[in-house]
Design a protein. Structure first.
Length: 941
């Protein structure tokens, strides 16, 4: 029902028995508040008949808009199709998980439940769907089962005539649903009432017999019959109250709607449940929140009673229209004022007490932090053999300690001498590496000392090392400081790492000056014992000044004379260990001298007697020239730096520049003083990497070129496929070839020709001839096996098989050789001519690599011997072929002209029939024909 019917100005005579969509919206808001669901989506399917889907969205938005805590993040109207519902569900997945829905028909509600299942939402625990309805059924639905009979079943069951068989799917979706509905009326009392109404269809005054006794559905009363009963009952109760008030009852009174409305307030037990009517004639409904329990049984988890503040507005408000006419009550203000004063007093005292307690606790905590228990310090040397070391090995500080101290990446490989020396030792504290300075004396720590220790611990600057605390319960006193991964400046100078670069040197000096400025401007005042030993360098190449502020311990500690080499002369004379700012400037100059000379203090003095001599000379006052270290600057060092160092170690303290002036002058000496040392080192590394990359590329190109040359040389000595296998380290198996053609050639009368030449001329002769032959080979599918003296061995079909073309390729090669020698001239014997004797045979052969040192690709088989005999029994300028080769050229390939030679006695073979290869069919002149003066016997071998 629409909420507009509650408007008394429009409907002053209306007594409303039924609830409306605004009441339902308030009930749903109560559910959302109970579960802290403040962002919801609103979806609905409108129906022009029942109009629940039309009224509810408007009322729900009105209720939500009146409460700023709630937000409707998504609102969508759907139609009755499954596609529309699925599209809407897909859109709200990225916006909300709490969904409020409204449906007018059972069919639309079932379609929605099945859509939840189809999209997989029914299986997710992230979604909640709150369905609001005014059916008085909760998780049930009404089913007609026969004449005058109505039953109820669960809402996920299909009650249509043609069941879809998906009740289990709908049940799974219902588990994600919360139903907000009026009081459940599916009980025996309602069933009995409905049956009684049905039985009275034919009685007066209805007298509906034939028309109402037809179909079963027509004999079941309308669901609104129970509402009609309660409305009538409420009207009669109002009439009774009216009669009691006025003493009589007339027609005019019975028809006075406003009067009846005013008399309707009260409650009674009706067919729709407990009916409570307020003064405006509106019913205050009870809503039930129903879900499925673990056994899929409907369970009511909440009962919500909606009261809207139903008192009618007065003509004039009690406090007037402006709110200024309210009666004054001073007593309550006095009580409130007294209460506020007492509350403020208690809060103030409590705050003061709390602040004092917290301050004491903080003081105690800071005191505890300044004192480190010895049990929390783990000796790294002892941890080497401990199983816990495996878990600590990955610690960044440990790795940095390893690399900086010993150059190793494994803690177990570190030199124990680097972990502990006479003056310091490394510990593991709170999974971080720290170093502890040893003090041989124990001192008593007073309250003022704790205050100083807390201040030192809280001192924070980029160029000051972090003080962790004191360890007083150890066998000796330890001052614990944060470990710097790259060690001390003294170690860096001793290794001569990077300090040769002028920018690095100036940056280190600038960092030391910045640290001294921080100390001189703090409560500490001065360092007093500044040296390159307590100037530490972290992993970002920042200098961290350490070992400062602990004067109460330093004054009692025996001091090594070597540590006095950085101390100013006036402090040595006075035996002053607290130090002064001018003394720190002197110590800074000594450190700068170390950096310039790239040597440790006083040019690397080692002997103790030399140390005593230096300290003695420094303490003397009657010298014209004060004793100072020698400066050995390099050419690239700015001379202004040398003058600055000499000014800083001036004998008169007041003539030394302040440390802030020193830093300013250092910045002026560097062109890019703002650049960070870390960035500079990275830049150097990048330049080195770039040059190294270029060098690698150049070397790679050279390597590729040399490899190409070696491959060319190797391919000239061995077949390519054989050479590739040998390069891969593979064994080359001997290979048998069923058919190949072998070529042998020999220079005719080479012995006679060689006798007319020197050995060098013989080599030049053969090199020129074979170079010409090698050029011819490149244009044919043949492989040159070897040359022995004036002999030339070539094959085709080996190692690359080429079908029957091997005989053709060798024949064409022979013709090309004869054409070449016809024009070949010997430079030193212009009248001499070179002639060839050529033999060819075709048959099977075996090829393989022989030997490991200077391996050779050799041919084996009778075919090789026969080809050699064809050459040795041939004639100058002619091509002697076997019967097999002749068969290939004339019968298989064709296009060649041969001439039978007849039967010839071949050494080792007996009598063989051989042929002369003359040329191609159709040639006017045969290159291999015998000339008129060459008809005799072959030249003797």
């Amino acid at each position: 029902m629409a909420s507009s019917l509650n408007d008394q100005t429009v409907y002053p005579t209306l007594v409303n028995i039924n609830s409306n969509t605004k009441m339902l919206s308030l009930a749903i808001q109560a559910v959302l508040t109970q579960f802290n669901w403040f962002e919801v989506s609103l979806i609905y399917v409108p129906d022009n008949v029942r109009k629940m889907g039309l009224f509810f969205p408007q009322d729900f938005e009105t209720v939500i808009s009146n409460n700023s805590n709630f937000t409707i993040v998504y609102r969508q109207q759907m139609d009755s199709t499954a596609k529309s519902m699925k599209d809407t569900l897909l859109q709200l997945q990225n916006r909300s998980r709490i969904v409020v829905a409204a449906f007018d028909t059972l069919k639309d509600r079932r379609t929605f439940l099945l859509s939840l299942y189809d999209l997989g939402i029914a299986k997710s625990n992230e979604y909640v769907f709150i369905i609001g309805q005014l059916r008085n059924l909760g998780m049930l639905q009404r089913v007609s089962t026969g004449v005058n009979s109505t039953q109820y079943t669960n809402l996920w069951r299909d009650i249509s005539n043609q069941s879809d068989g998906r009740d289990n799917d709908a049940l799974m979706a219902t588990r994600r649903v919360i139903i907000v509905d009026l009081e459940d009326q599916s009980n025996d009392q309602i069933n009995a009432f409905m049956q009684k109404v049905s039985s009275m269809f034919g009685a007066p005054p209805f007298n509906c017999k034939d028309e109402c006794m037809g179909a079963i559905n027509e004999r079941i009363p309308c669901p609104y019959a129970i509402s009609l009963h309660d409305a009538t009952y409420a009207y009669f109760l109002s009439l009774n109250k009216t009669a009691e008030k006025y003493g009589y009852l007339s027609v005019n009174l019975a028809r006075n709607g406003s009067l009846i409305n005013n008399m309707s307030e009260g409650e009674f037990s009706g067919q729709t449940g407990r009916v409570i009517l307020d003064k405006t004639g509106n019913r205050q409904p009870n809503f039930y929140v129903t879900i499925l329990d673990a056994s899929d049984q409907p369970t009511v988890i909440m009962n919500i009673s909606i009261v809207l503040g139903v008192i009618r507005p007065l003509y004039k408000p009690i406090c007037g229209y402006t709110g200024t006419e309210c009666p004054q009550n001073i007593t309550i203000y006095i009580l409130i004022g007294v209460g506020l004063v007492l509350l403020l007093l208690v809060a103030t005292l409590g705050g003061i007490g709390y602040a004092v307690r917290e301050k004491l606790k903080e003081k105690e905590r800071l005191t505890r932090e300044c004192l480190i228990p010895f049990g929390e310090l783990k000796n790294i040397k002892e941890l080497k053999s401990n199983e816990d070391m495996r878990s600590l090995e990955a610690n960044k500080s440990l790795k940095s300690l390893q690399s900086s101290q010993s150059g190793s990446t494994k803690l177990t490989s570190m030199d124990d001498k680097k972990l502990e020396t006479e003056n310091y030792v490394h510990f593991l504290y709170n999974r971080e590496v720290v170093f502890a300075i040893k003090y041989q004396v124990k001192v008593r720590i007073f309250n003022e000392d704790f205050v100083l220790l807390r201040k030192i611990r809280q001192l924070d600057h980029d160029n000051l090392n972090k003080f962790c605390g004191l360890c007083v319960d150890a066998p000796i006193l330890y001052a614990i400081w944060k470990h710097c991964q790259r060690g001390s400046l003294k170690d860096l100078i001793a290794k001569e790492q990077y300090v040769g670069d002028s920018f690095v040197m100036f940056t280190l000096m600038r960092d030391i000056a910045s640290g001294l400025i921080a100390l001189h401007g703090s409560f500490i005042g001065a360092h007093g014992m500044l040296s390159s030993e307590n100037c530490l360098i972290n992993d970002r190449w920042q200098v961290k000044i350490s070992d400062f502020g602990l004067n109460m311990i330093r004054e009692s500690q025996p001091m090594s004379k070597r540590k006095l080499l950085w101390t100013a002369p006036e402090l040595l004379r006075e035996n002053n260990r607290k130090g002064t700012k001018e003394g720190d400037v002197y110590s800074f100059a000594i450190i700068c001298c170390e950096l310039v000379n790239r040597e440790t203090v006083w040019n690397g003095v080692e002997r103790e007697d030399d140390v005593d001599e230096i300290i003695y000379r420094l303490r003397r006052t009657n010298t014209a020239i004060p004793h100072r270290p020698q400066l050995h600057p390099r050419e690239e060092i700015n001379q202004n730096l040398i003058h600055l160092i000499r000014d800083c170690w001036s004998e008169i303290p007041t003539e030394r520049p302040r440390i802030d002036q020193v830093r300013t002058m250092l910045k002026q000496m560097v062109r890019d003083g703002s650049q960070n040392l870390m960035d500079y080192v990275f830049g150097m590394l990048e330049q080195y990497a770039s040059s190294l990359e270029q060098e690698v590329e150049e070397r790679t190109r050279e390597l590729v070129e040399e490899k190409r040359k070696s491959d060319i040389l190797l391919y000239r000595m061995l077949p390519k496929q054989v050479a590739d296998k040998l390069k891969l380290g593979e064994f080359v198996e001997p290979e048998q070839f069923s058919a190949a053609t072998i070529f042998f050639s020999d220079v005719v009368s080479f012995t006679t020709l060689a006798s007319k030449c020197s050995p060098l001329q013989v080599v030049n002769l053969l090199n020129g001839l074979y170079t010409a032959f090698d050029g011819i080979i490149d244009s044919h599918d043949v492989y040159k096996v070897e040359t022995i003296g004036d002999g030339y061995l070539v094959c085709s079909g080996i190692p690359r098989k080429n079908g029957n073309d091997h005989a053709k390729e060798i024949s064409e090669l022979a013709f090309a050789f004869l054409r070449t020698v016809s024009t070949f001239r010997v430079d030193h014997l212009p009248n001499e001519r070179v002639n060839l004797r050529i033999g060819i045979h075709t048959g099977p052969a075996v090829a393989g690599v022989v030997g490991l040192t200077m391996p050779r690709y050799c041919l084996f088989g009778d075919t090789v011997n026969t080809a050699s005999r064809m050459e040795s029994n041939g004639r100058p300028g002619r091509i002697h072929i076997s019967t097999t080769t002749n068969h290939y050229l004339t019968n298989i390939i064709g296009g060649y002209v041969t001439e039978p030679r007849g039967e010839v006695i071949i050494k080792g073979k007996g009598v063989m029939e051989t042929f002369w290869l003359l040329g191609h069919s159709g040639d006017s002149h045969y290159l291999g024909a015998v000339s008129s003066d060459d008809r005799g016997s072959p030249e003797p071998m």
